[in-house]
Design a protein around this ligand. Structure first.
Ligand SMILES: *Cc1c(COP(=O)(O)O)cnc(C)c1O
Length: 456
């Protein structure tokens, strides 16, 4: 990839540049987060039509590593990583599902769900992790003394880091808040052989510890504070536009916790627009749980004063015990980038209560999906925007589904058992029927009759 290059730069400063193979996460002078900036003139030397053709020619093929949804965009993602150092589990290329029945229930004709959780570790964190771990493998191949990669996690980041680390043979340390993640999420890094540290604190507490741990540059920080991951996550936007034959939707909704992803999705769209692949960007909706809603609060403040979001609208909160445990974050590290993402896409921030997120997830499940609670947050926010008339019946809408529901079976069974502390509108229970064929068949007909009478 000799023609293309990228580097780290402070979020609002062009003076400082650092190579991507340097162990650095914040600007040493301003303390700001860094972001990856590409040599855009090099990308512009190829026409938009030629880029679209190149990306289409690679989509889902077997030529290493370009069949991956992320590495099919290699030049735009991590040009300095040699294909030999790519650590890929063939992430991306996820189903863009036409949610026809669910859309009709809401009065929408053109609703799509990007099933990013149908992936190797069951969440969209695979997209960024392939980039970060490949970058580390590249650094190690260049002789950098890196002992391990480490992250704090609400569950999905640690599962992804552990899988990619194990695939690469690089040691992994994960710091998890004790008792605050699902069983499936906990067993993933255990199975992949990571050093699993269970800390008596919440995610924000784990984040403080991992930042101290990684002051030692031999241990590489894998949280989204590390902007390499954003480069992989931004391919969500590229891929979904590609799946629409390069048409742009009107709205994209995504659940937000640490706010790296809303920023990444905006970045993907803005790049495509700058390079001429698309003519406009969709409006982004960042969807937060009411129990962990610092960006929503900031947005409300700006709205009430009828002006765009500003950095000083933001204030960290103490995150409550939301069912959407992967976004239980009160002090998101990427809030500055997220504010920019909302402003540059004419975006919206919405929130959902526990009952709203659970009912929305269950209602959509009744049309064949199997939603995680975070996707439930996005669906509940979608329902609110439709009810308010902000999202119109003919708008083309994409909901980014961020994890597979099978990682959150405690949430699902709690909902259907009715033990979540509120009434479950769409609860469904197994029916005990004994074993006698006549009796069972009789029960089945009675149950079907009951269902038919309810539908009418
Ligand atoms: C990480 C994650 C999110 C939120 O992404 P952020 O970048 O932290 O805002 C949403 N849903 C799931 C399932 C996640 O794992």
């Amino acid at each position: 990839m000799g023609d293309y290059s990228a580097w780290f730069q402070a979020v609002s400063g062009e003076e400082e540049r650092y190579p991507l193979n340097e162990v650095i996460y914040r600007s040493p002078t301003s303390g700001q987060l860094l972001e990856v900036v590409h040599d855009e003139d090099a990308i512009r030397r190829r026409s938009a039509a030629a880029w679209m053709q190149l990306f289409d020619s690679r989509y889902g093929r077997t030529s290493w590593p370009y069949g991956s949804g992320v590495w099919s965009k290699h030049e735009w993602v991590q040009p300095h990583v040699h294909p030999d150092n790519v650590v890929s589990l063939y992430e991306g290329n996820t189903n863009l599902y036409w949610a026809d029945r669910y859309g009709k229930m809401l009065g929408l004709q053109d609703l799509w769900v990007k099933q990013c959780g149908t992936s190797h570790t069951g969440s969209f964190k695979d997209l960024g992790m392939t980039v970060l771990v490949s970058s580390v493998k590249q650094m190690i191949s260049e002789g950098q003394p890196i002992r391990a990669m480490a992250c704090a996690s609400t569950g999905d980041t640690s599962a992804a880091l552990a899988a990619y680390g194990a695939a690469a043979g690089i040691p992994v340390v994960v710091l998890l808040p004790a008792g605050k993640i699902s069983t499936a999420q906990l067993i993933q890094p255990i199975a992949n052989g990571a050093l699993v540290c269970s800390l008596d604190t919440d995610f924000d507490g784990c984040m403080r510890v991992v930042q101290r741990l990684t002051e030692d540059t031999h241990i590489y920080l894998a949280n989204s504070m590390n902007s390499l991951r954003v480069e992989g996550q931004k391919t969500i936007s590229l891929e979904l536009v590609q799946q629409f034959d390069w048409q742009v939707p009107d709205w994209v909704l995504v659940p937000g916790g640490n706010l790296g992803n809303v920023s990444a999705i905006a970045k993907g769209f803005m790049q495509m627009k700058r390079f001429g692949l698309i003519a406009r960007v969709p409006r982004l909706v960042c969807c937060q749980a009411e129990l962990a809603n610092p960006l929503y609060r900031a947005y409300q403040k700006a709205q009430s004063q009828k002006r765009p979001l500003q950095e000083d609208d933001y204030e960290a909160v103490q995150a409550g015990a939301t069912l959407a445990s992967a976004i239980r974050i009160g002090a998101p590290v990427s809030f500055v980038k997220a504010i920019r993402a909302i402003n540059e896409t004419d975006g919206v921030v919405e929130q959902a209560t526990e009952k709203e997120l659970a009912d929305a997830a269950a209602r959509a499940d009744l049309t064949g999906m199997f939603n995680c609670p975070h996707t439930g947050v996005a669906l509940a926010c979608l329902e609110k925007l439709v009810a308010r008339g902000e999202i119109q019946p003919r708008d083309k809408v994409v909901v980014v589904s961020t994890a597979h529901g099978l990682k959150f079976t405690e949430f699902k069974s709690g909902y259907h058992d009715g033990t979540l502390g509120f009434e479950s509108r769409h609860s469904n229970q197994p029916v005990s029927m004994g074993a006698d064929p006549d009796q069972v068949i009789g029960e089945i007909h009675r149950a079907l009759d009951l269902r038919e009478s309810r539908v009418q």
